[in-house]
Design a protein around this ligand. Structure first.
Ligand code: ATP
Ligand code: MG
Length: 225
């Protein structure tokens, strides 16, 4: 088992050096338009509860599910994700998906991470329970199931029964860990709506992100959904 090559890891966390132990890398995928405290709390709780070494946030370049909708530029979404996570040594942000051409597929990302990291680094893909419901129909779902453990963060008030049923009847051998995240019924859409209504974003996301949104004039155009 080869040690990770720092040259190829780029902005990804350095993990896997000690061949005598297992490392756990959390991957938080999303559009992050903008990133908010729901994302941050879910990632931190996954890290603590599952003993993840690092959580890497992966802003999607061209998110499949947002096709046809107005989405802020990858560079703005990347910048906000970086600002919101900068002070946390356990969080990282990768440009991997924003730099990849074409639509962003999670399977491609996990495939690439599996190539880059040695076998003693386990991959945990963190996602909201609403997204888990769709995961069975994601591009290359079987590959996703092979490559990573799925961590399904439940939003408040979310009934998991139909998620468990759908995963169970999918015929794909997903390894899913359900994670109750009691905090925060926040969504990016809610933040965008607040900006359009002239309302404050304070305490819904990092202060630096609040400032960035104002400075760049994001979310002041027509509603996108
Ligand atoms: P939008 O309102 O535009 O759909 P969003 O808040 O769902 O945005 P995304 O960037 O689409 O943000 O989400 C990235 C990931 O974070 C998804 O897996 C989503 O399910 C999850 N997520 C979003 N908000 C929360 C939250 N409050 N708690 C836990 N997970 C969340
Ligand atoms: Mg969403």
């Amino acid at each position: 088992m080869a040690a990770p090559n720092p040259d190829t890891l780029g902005d990804l966390p350095r993990l896997g050096q000690d061949e005598g132990r297992t490392y756990r890398l959390g991957i938080m995928g999303g559009t992050f338009d903008p990133i908010h405290n729901g994302h941050l709390v879910a990632a931190d709780q996954a890290r603590c509860d599952l003993g993840l070494d690092t959580v890497v946030f992966m802003p999607a370049g061209r998110p499949v599910f947002k096709e046809g909708k107005v989405v802020s530029s990858p560079s703005d979404r990347y910048a906000m994700t970086l600002l919101a996570t900068a002070a946390n040594p356990n969080f990282a942000v990768s440009r991997m998906e924003v730099e990849r051409e074409g639509l962003t597929y999670t399977a491609d990302t996990l495939e690439r991470l599996r190539e880059l990291y040695p076998d003693n680094v386990e991959l945990y893909f963190i996602t909201g329970a609403d997204a888990v419901l769709d995961i069975v129909s994601w591009h290359n779902a079987e590959r996703i199931a092979d490559l990573a453990t799925i961590v399904a963060a439940t939003r408040p008030g979310y009934n998991l029964d139909h998620v468990v049923d759908k995963i169970g009847s999918s015929g794909i051998d997903f390894d899913v860990i359900y994670l109750e995240v009691p905090a925060l019924a926040i969504s990016s859409s809610y933040l965008r709506d607040r900006v359009r209504a002239g309302q404050s974003l304070l305490y819904l996301t990092d202060d630096a992100v609040v400032g960035y949104i104002a400075k760049r004039g994001l979310y002041t155009g027509d509603a996108d959904a």
